[in-house]
Every structure is written in structure tokens, then in C-alpha cells.
Design a protein around this ligand. Structure first.
Ligand code: BEZ
Length: 207
């Protein structure tokens, strides 16, 4: 099971947009890779629709989406079609048909204490270098929070771009935490700076 900082395991799979190799799909883009327990279930339908509706947000943040469940490709296609017919929302991103559970097992999406045949609600945020940067796990009976998924993605990207960290409840536009000084000289500089400083090791700046 990959953890934060690990290379995202590569795989080839049948998906609703055709056969895909994960490393090819990931090349040059962030990927939000998420699993759901089953097609044609209510919570999953709300979540997948939520991802589909955020298509423009993810594209604007150089991020591709990829779903997965332990269902056949025929089930996926029938579900995508049914949701589009009922609601007009089209799941355009690939959904892996992980009928042999190989990808779910590779990513720790199958958690046997909960179910031996259905994935839990996992989210992996993977950077363009193929590194796992953030994990979320939710049980089948609790839907995920789209605002938090988006916030976490922006926070990771902003942190990379500005060499900073994000405090509790950080939102885009808020001040960010600057790395603590590593020398006495840097500490003296910090004391004379206009950073918002709670203590020498906890200082914030606007971006
Ligand atoms: C749902 O998506 O509604 C769901 C799926 C599996 C178990 C419980 C709920």
C-alpha cells in the first residue's frame, strides 16, 4: 500500500476511456485517483457527479481525475450512461474496471475489515513526478468532501511553488508558514523582519 512520499505504483487497466497505463496518464500532470465501493449506489453517484462537475477546476490546476471500483466495464458504462440520462452529468474521466481487484490491492483501496469485495472511498493525490503526496480514506457510508479535496490540492501546489507550509484550515489567499530559521544568523534576520511572528519557529507571510 503506497504511503505519502512513495512512488505511485504503476499499472495497466481497462477503463471507461479505454486501456490506460497509469504512468502515461500521470506524465506531466497531477492525478487525483479515487475509489468508490460500487456502481449504481447513491453516495457514490453523488461523489462521482461532484468530481465530474469540477472538471474545469481540475483542468485549471493541471490535474487529471481517475476513478476505480471493483465492477466490470459493462457496469461502469451502464452507470455512466444512466447518470447522464437522469441528470445530464457525464463522468468523462476514466473509471478503472478493477474486476480482479489487482489495482485496489496495489493501492490499499480494499480494506478487508470493511469489505473483501468492495473498495473503500480512497483518494490519492499524485504529483507530476509520480509521487504520492496525500491520502484520504473514508468508509462506504460517509461521502467525501469536495471542498477539502480541492483545498488539499491547491495547498500542495502552493506549498511546492512557494517553499512554505499551510497552517490549520488554510484557504487560498491566507498567509502561509515560512520554514523555521536554521542558523543563529537567520534567527536574527527573522527577528528584524516584517513576518507575522508568534515565536521564532512559527512565522507567517502573505504570498
Ligand atoms: C453508496 O454509495 O451509497 C454506498 C455504497 C456502498 C455501501 C454503502 C453505501
Amino acid at each position: 500500500m503506497p504511503r505519502i512520499g512513495d512512488e505511485a505504483p504503476d499499472f495497466e487497466a481497462v477503463t471507461t476511456t479505454g486501456k490506460l497505463k497509469f504512468s502515461d496518464y500521470n506524465k506531466g500532470s497531477w492525478v487525483v485517483f479515487f475509489s468508490h465501493p460500487a456502481d449504481f449506489t447513491p453516495v457514490c453517484t453523488t461523489e462521482m457527479s461532484g468530481f465530474a462537475k469540477e472538471k474545469e477546476f481540475f483542468a485549471a490546476h493541471n490535474t487529471k481525475l481517475m476513478g476505480l471500483s471493483i465492477d466490470s466495464i459493462h457496469s461502469h458504462i451502464a452507470w455512466v450512461n444512466a447518470v447522464q440520462e437522469k441528470t445530464g452529468v457525464l463522468f468523462e474521466f476514466p473509471i478503472v474496471a478493477d474486476i480482479d481487484m489487482s489495482v485496489s490491492k496495489l493501492y490499499g483501496m480494499l480494506q478487508p475489515g470493511e469489505s473483501e469485495t468492495a473498495a473503500v472511498r480512497a483518494v490519492f493525490i499524485i504529483d507530476p513526478k509520480g509521487k504520492v503526496r496525500l491520502l484520504m480514506y473514508y468508509p462506504p457510508n460517509v461521502g467525501r468532501n469536495m471542498a477539502e479535496i480541492k483545498r488539499a490540492l491547491i495547498a500542495l501546489q502552493t506549498s511546492d511553488e512557494n517553499k512554505c507550509a499551510m497552517p490549520l484550515d488554510w484557504q487560498p489567499g491566507d498567509k502561509v508558514i515560512v520554514p523555521a530559521p536554521k542558523t543563529i544568523e537567520a534567527l536574527a534576520e527573522r527577528k528584524n523582519s516584517d513576518l507575522e511572528m508568534v515565536d521564532w519557529y512559527l512565522a507567517k507571510r502573505a504570498l
